[in-house]
Design a protein around this ligand. Structure first.
Ligand SMILES: [Zn+2]
Length: 249
């Protein structure tokens, strides 16, 4: 069976800063962004890349953001619509451990959860500017710790199964990683290294635009060079238009 990627939308965050997604661009513009889980079918194991946010109430309480989630965007419902139960998922890859990418790890009770070891370390000990995204706040139990017993730190680039490779993409966070999927063409599930198509498309100033949220711009631009070398199509993590074209085959 050929490999396919399907984006499952699990929420929309409203009134976010454009510049937080596209480095210094749109300083005074508010935007909405989408949150997805990515289902990879057709391989040796059923794979889910990223597990989305908590409920809208949790997101408001823990982060102050206004997030909407339609009934069919609730993670269980989104999976059911795709014909999958949470317990069917055999492997979860978290591109990184920011709350909007790992808050439902505990839902996938039969899955091994794969993260870069460097990301696990940084999630536990982030710089002060990263504490909110990793939920390292007083009295708050971080989302990434929910299924910690099944979470494995595995460093570097490696083949996860035939046609599916995990690749390091540092810059947005130290242990950011992506998943390369060989379908009819090669796709990269890029995580927040590439939040929106606009990041990859660049502008008159630079070929590719980093996120406004980063831990190393040097790493970030080396990662862009690495992605160029893959000769792949990119699947961004937060672009609203991905929901209009959710199948990559
Ligand atoms: Zn992030």
């Amino acid at each position: 069976m050929a490999l396919t990627v399907q984006a499952l939308k699990v929420g929309t965050v409203h009134g976010f800063s454009q510049a937080a997604l596209t480095f210094s661009r749109g300083q005074f513009e508010g935007i909405d962004f989408a949150i997805y889980m990515f289902l990879v079918r057709g391989g040796d194991k059923l794979l889910l890349v990223d597990t989305g946010p908590g409920t809208p109430a949790e997101v408001k309480e823990r982060h102050g953001f206004d997030m909407t989630q339609l009934p069919d965007e609730e993670p269980r419902a989104a999976l059911a619509k795709a014909g999958v139960k949470p317990e069917d998922i055999e492997v979860v890859v978290n591109t990184h451990l920011h709350w909007d990418h790992c808050s439902n790890n505990d839902l996938f009770t039969n899955a091994q959860i794969l993260v870069q070891g460097s990301e696990l370390h940084y999630a536990a000990h982030p710089l002060p500017t990263g504490r909110a995204s990793y939920e390292r706040k007083p009295g708050m139990s971080p989302a990434w710790a929910k299924a910690f017993g099944r979470t494995v730190g595995r460093d570097g680039d490696y083949e996860l199964m035939p046609g599916v490779d995990v690749v390091t993409l540092p810059g947005h966070t130290p242990g950011s990683q992506g998943v390369l999927v060989q379908a009819s063409k090669r796709y990269l599930i890029a995580g927040d290294c590439i939040s929106c198509y606009a990041n990859w498309e660049g502008d008159a100033g630079i070929a590719h635009i980093p996120s406004g949220s980063f831990t190393s711009l040097e790493d970030y631009f080396r990662t862009f060079d690495k992605i160029e070398g893959f000769g792949c199509a990119v699947i961004p993590s937060h672009d609203l238009t991905v929901a209009d074209h959710p199948f990559f085959d």
